[in-house]
Design a protein around this ligand. Structure first.
Ligand SMILES: Cc1ncc(COP(=O)(O)O)c(C=O)c1O
Length: 367
């Protein structure tokens, strides 16, 4: 029996050739391919700056640092996301203030943001969960009214749009991950986009040990990290970038099969509000409360299908529970439900319509 894994990146011979070419050149660290990747990302998103970094956690981390977020500041994040979203806030010494999500879209509930704002709030960090753009117009209005920065965690949302505007282009920063579960991948990698040239300059200095070229000379003008991307990783992304839009369209067609073929009333399908262009980094459904989600995962595995939970209810995770002791059942019921009853189904370019129909058949039978 062939197994359908939850995720597999699409790496073609051309991509491998592009990487090999860089490896053979001997120029391995940040160079021409990284430069090319940065211009590809800024052109694609129509922004003036894109900075390639070592991963999508580094991008969020540097975005917070560049905005001066630190000790005692508060950053509003959705309660349901991959844990990196909250971890980066902890890493700069600030406090993640969790806001519950909308259970239909799995994105931050914009109606609950204002109640979470205090005089210490500095940033709103919405996540475009699973590739669906959050309600950015409302979020930007709130941010403007309260004089707050916005960092879009668009780790899963390269190419996603709302009313034809790309994810990552509303806020002060948009942050993308190039992890193998994303639309295109460098293995590990991330890209930060911004239309603010001064912020972009700071990020470039910080990613490379605080170095800046001043009048042709290397000057150590700041303290910094080594958050660089290698040139062979960038080559891998550059090669895949040509297929990005085609890949998104193909995944949209596979997602439609899920919508048509999942018949079980015990599965709640994702909701895509009008005007949103979902890129389906993950096809995430919600199982009925009567079902044991982990048992369903095991049964699907036995039937040859890899699935998993989609993201964490972050304040419910051990570190956050111990530190903040938040009553998640009471404060974040929807995020907790999404964490406990959520199920990520296989959806990626390597799958065929037959594969997706098989997942639907098995799911309908098991439930
Ligand atoms: C929403 C979200 N934010 C941040 C990250 C971190 O990205 P990376 O794994 O590239 O560090 C991820 C990674 O999966 C993510 O899904």
């Amino acid at each position: 029996m062939s197994f359908i894994p939850l995720m597999q990146p699409s790496i073609l011979d051309d991509d491998i050739e592009a990487v090999t070419k860089v490896l053979k050149s001997g120029m391995l660290i940040q160079g021409k391919e990284v430069e090319f990747l940065e211009s590809a990302f800024s052109n694609y998103n129509s922004v003036s700056n894109a900075i390639a970094l070592s991963n999508g956690t580094a991008t969020l981390h540097l975005a917070l640092i560049a905005l001066g977020v630190g000790e005692g500041d508060e950053v509003i994040v959705p309660a349901f996301s991959y844990i990196a979203t909250a971890n980066v806030v902890e890493l700069v010494g600030a406090i993640p203030v969790f806001v519950d999500i909308n259970i239909g879209t799995f994105n931050i509930d914009v109606n609950k943001i204002e109640a979470a704002i205090t005089p210490k709030t500095k940033v709103i960090m919405p996540v475009h969960e699973f590739g669906l753009v959050a309600d950015m117009d409302q979020i930007m209005q709130i941010a403007k009214a309260h004089n707050l920065f916005v960092i879009e965690d668009a780790a899963c949302a390269l190419g996603s749009k709302h009313n034809n505007k790309f994810a990552g282009t509303w806020g002060d920063f948009g942050s993308f991950s190039l992890h193998p579960r994303k639309a295109i991948t460098s293995g590990e990698g991330g890209v930060l986009i911004t239309s603010n040239d001064s912020l972009a300059r700071q990020i470039k200095i910080k990613r490379n040990h605080g170095v800046e070229i001043v009048e042709g000379k290397m000057e150590f003008v700041d303290v910094g990290y080594n958050y660089r991307m290698t040139d062979f990783q960038a080559a891998l992304v550059n090669s895949q970038f040509k297929r990005l839009d085609h890949g998104i369209k193909y995944k949209q067609s596979l997602a439609q099969i899920y919508f048509n073929e999942i018949k079980s009333p015990k599965v709640r399908l994702p909701f895509v509000p009008s005007g949103k262009y979902h890129t389906w980094q993950t096809f995430h459904v919600l199982l009925d409360d009567s079902l044991d989600r982990d048992e369903v995962i095991l049964k699907l595995r036995e039937a040859g299908i890899g699935t998993n939970y989609g993201a964490q209810c972050m304040p419910f995770m051990k570190y956050y529970q111990q530190k903040y002791k938040l009553n998640c059942e009471h404060l974040y019921p929807e995020a907790l439900r999404a964490f406990k009853q959520g199920l990520a189904l296989p959806l990626y370019e390597k799958l065929t319509e037959i594969d997706i129909k098989k997942v639907c058949d098995v799911l309908n039978k098991i439930l």
